[in-house]
Design a protein around this ligand. Structure first.
Ligand code: ADP
Ligand code: MG
Length: 701
């Protein structure tokens, strides 16, 4: 057996990080690299050559045979094309080569990635460009060992085709505007700021033997049929419960794989629903955290198979129990190491904090529709507003202390901060606990949590890039407005106070500390004029509206054409996803469920005939048979209607109308089919029912 290594030695062992670079690169090259990474100078071909060579040597020592540009197309997943280092020589041997050119630029055929009309299929060229802000790493997949180079991805004409480029651009925009604001507030030391992200990843594990018998899980990642298990999550005994051994062993292997990749997997626990879990890393810059989250999702899925599990990342794999989200903890930090959302002990006189806090509040209220659209995915439609996750209404939780200060700001100057106290537990042997100034609120979609905001609407399967580039940009936009005003100010203190007062007055409607799951809030939010866009199709349609075009254009994050392309890609994605789900449903309904229920109805009929021939009364058989045949008719009618509505939706060529048809016609048809089938499931002989049940999938491990 291999001697287990200490975590300290494992961590980052497959990453071409700063420690490795310092060791392997000439000093001047490393320095030039760091300057380029800070954006202070361009990476020259000569520097790239030296780095490429060092990277190659390092990778080959670790057993790598290939390298790949690793990028994030609009599918929301990652893409990679591997090339071997080999380069044959004239004498029939080979040398292993990898130069600056290969490191900096790749040229994959882009024609099969979603482009939203940005690139005609015959113009196949796409480029990948090395993202020097995210370190290269080595992955071992099966026996294949490959050097991965994180990259951005664009078309031949320079149009953005990926999720990373707008994220990087939004980080620059945020940095630029934040530095301007800090400067007028008297801080001239700070050269740049970075947005930070800690994404909490929720997921389900189901036994592979059940998964394989469920075409819906296999093709759509969620169950399309399934009567509720008699035991759901009502005992509230899974959340933070003692870990199951097989699951714990799985988590251990996931952690080790992630640590090797430099992903700081930190927290793990059972989540609310049975078979649901969470993994949270320590936060890092939004760019690296996004790359790491992509790796995390991939590693979690691959490792699961080794343990006889399948890891489900869908937002709603099972009806009736909680779905999965990905809480995005976000903050802004200076290059001098100060968290700008750290309130300190007396937030009321922490001007920098109040300015940044108010910038976020104004940004979120002003662009709540765009923020909502950043989490508009078909999977999330089953989650948002379903009384287990935040509703589709964007609001902000500030907590007692900050709400009090926020209200003080409305009347001019904030003069005091409510203080936390010690909490006595009432047992002399237990220490007094310092009490936080504010309780938690689990129902808020956008909550201030101590020294960061937590954006909780993000879906579990989503790339964090989208929600994060939107958040960065809307905050950058408000900071830009602020800087424009304050740079002209003759009396900063007075003008800041006026500015904050105005923000508080205009945007207090977005602050809500109560229960976001309650019906009352929906009514209250409507009174306050807060948008409530309940489904993703309507939300996606808001993406390219004029104020969003201006917003992203102003900060060079996305051009008008690029934004329109995104809207189109997302609508197409919706239609395609629903088409797969509906198709899988038809297939299962016709080829598995109908035959099974007819078989059982036949058995009941046989029993009825046999027993009534023998003179029995057969009341039960008659009742059951009537009930079954009614439901079978209902199921069959439902399936016919579903088939028809799919065909109609597919025939529509306009992408908006097509998405609408799937939402308005196919989705209700699917609901009806499921209702009939789930009722039948509760009647049919367990031996005959063709699909593993909810109870098996949620409780067997
Ligand atoms: P919760 O109690 O909300 O479930 P977790 O510990 O699961 O908390 O996750 C909190 C996440 O927030 C972690 O990933 C943590 O690293 C991250 N976080 C902490 N501080 C910051 C910050 N300043 N910026 C971004 N993320 C942060
Ligand atoms: Mg958590």
């Amino acid at each position: 057996m291999e001697t287990p290594k200490c975590t300290k030695d494992i961590f980052g062992s497959n990453v071409f990080n700063d420690a490795v670079m310092r060791e392997r690169l000439p000093k001047n090259i490393y320095k030039a690299f760091v300057q380029a990474r800070k954006g202070n100078q361009e990476m020259t071909p000569a520097v790239a050559d030296v780095i490429a060579n060092a990277m190659k040597d390092w990778a080959i020592e670790k057993g790598a045979t290939h390298y790949c540009h690793w990028f994030q197309p609009m599918t929301g997943l990652t893409a990679e094309k591997h090339d071997a280092f080999i380069n044959p020589t004239a004498d029939g041997r080979t040398i292993l080569e990898f130069g600056g050119k290969e490191l900096i630029k790749g040229e994959p055929d882009a024609s099969s990635f979603p482009s939203g009309g940005l690139r005609a299929t015959f113009e196949a060229r796409g480029y990948t460009a090395w993202d020097i802000t995210s370190p290269a790493f080595i992955r071992e997949i099966g026996k294949n060992i490959t050097l991965y180079i994180p990259c951005a991805f664009c078309s031949y004409t320079g149009m953005v085709l990926d999720k990373k480029t707008p994220l990087l651009r939004s980080m620059e925009a945020l940095s630029k505007q934040a530095v301007r604001v800090l400067k007028v507030l008297g801080n001239t030391e700070v050269k740049s700021v970075i947005a930070t992200l800690g994404p909490e990843q929720e997921y389900f594990l189901v036994d592979r033997k059940f998964f394989e018998k469920r075409l819906d899980l296999l093709l759509a990642g969620r169950t399309l049929f399934g009567a509720p298990s008699p035991r759901g999550q009502e005992m509230e005994d899974h959340y933070f419960g003692s870990l199951n051994e097989r699951v714990a062993t799985y988590m251990n292997e996931v952690n080790n794989e992630l640590w090797k990749l430099g992903v700081s997997a930190k927290t793990q626990h059972n989540e609310v629903a049975p078979a649901q879990y969470e993994l949270a890393p320590i936060f890092s810059t939004v760019n690296v955290a996004t790359d790491h989250n992509q790796l995390t999702m991939d590693v979690m899925q691959k490792v699961a198979l080794r343990h006889g599990f399948v890891c489900l990342l869908h937002e709603k794999p099972f009806a009736g129990v909680n779905g999965s989200g990905k809480h995005n903890n976000w903050s802004v930090c200076t290059d001098t190491g100060v968290n700008l959302l750290e309130p300190g002990n007396t937030p009321h006189d922490n001007m920098v904090f109040l300015v940044f806090l108010c910038a976020v509040i104004r940004g979120v209220d002003k662009y709540s529709t765009m923020l909502r659209a950043a989490v508009a995915t078909p999977g999330n439609d089953h989650r948002l507003g379903a009384n287990e996750a935040p509703p589709a209404i964007v609001s902000i939780f500030l907590g007692d202390q900050l709400t009090d200060i926020f209200e003080q700001l409305a009347s001019g100057k904030a003069k005091s901060s409510k203080q936390g106290s010690d909490m006595k537990v009432g047992v002399t042997t237990l220490p007094p606990l310092p009490k936080d100034t504010t309780d938690r609120n689990r129902t808020s979609p956008f909550a201030f949590t101590g020294n960061k905001f937590e954006f909780r609407m993000v879906g579990s399967s989503q790339s964090t890039a989208g929600p994060m580039f939107v958040l960065n940009t809307i905050v950058a936009d408000v900071l830009c407005e602020m800087a424009d005003q304050l740079e002209k100010s003759k009396n900063i203190n007075a003008d800041v106070q006026k500015l904050l007062q105005k923000i508080v007055k205009e945007h207090s409607r977005i602050v809500f500390n109560g229960d976001n799951y309650s019906e009352d809030w929906v009514a209250e939010a409507e009174k306050r004029g807060l948008p409530n866009i309940r489904n993703c199709v309507d939300s996606i349609k808001t993406i390219a509206q004029p104020e969003h075009v201006k917003l992203f254009g102003r900060h060079n994050v996305l051009s008008k054409v690029e934004l329109h392309a995104r809207e189109e890609i997302l609508l197409e994605n919706y239609a395609k996803t629903l088409n797969i789900e509906a198709g899988a449903m038809l297939n299962i309904g016709r080829r598995q469920i109908l035959p099974a229920v007819m078989e059982y109805a036949g058995l009941v009929a046989d029993s009825l005939n046999t027993i009534s021939d023998a003179g029995g009364s057969c009341t039960t058989q008659k009742k059951l048979l009537t009930k079954m045949t009614d439901l079978i008719d209902r199921l069959n009618d439902g399936l016919e209607n579903l088939a028809e509505s799919i065909a109609k939706a597919k025939a529509i060529s306009n992408v908006e109308k097509k998405a609408d048809a799937f939402k308005d016609k196919v989705v209700p048809a699917m609901v009806e089919v499921r209702a009939a089938s789930d009722e039948l499931e509760a009647l049919v002989d367990a031996e005959i029912w063709p699909l593993p049940t909810y109870a098996q999938m949620l409780y067997v491990r």
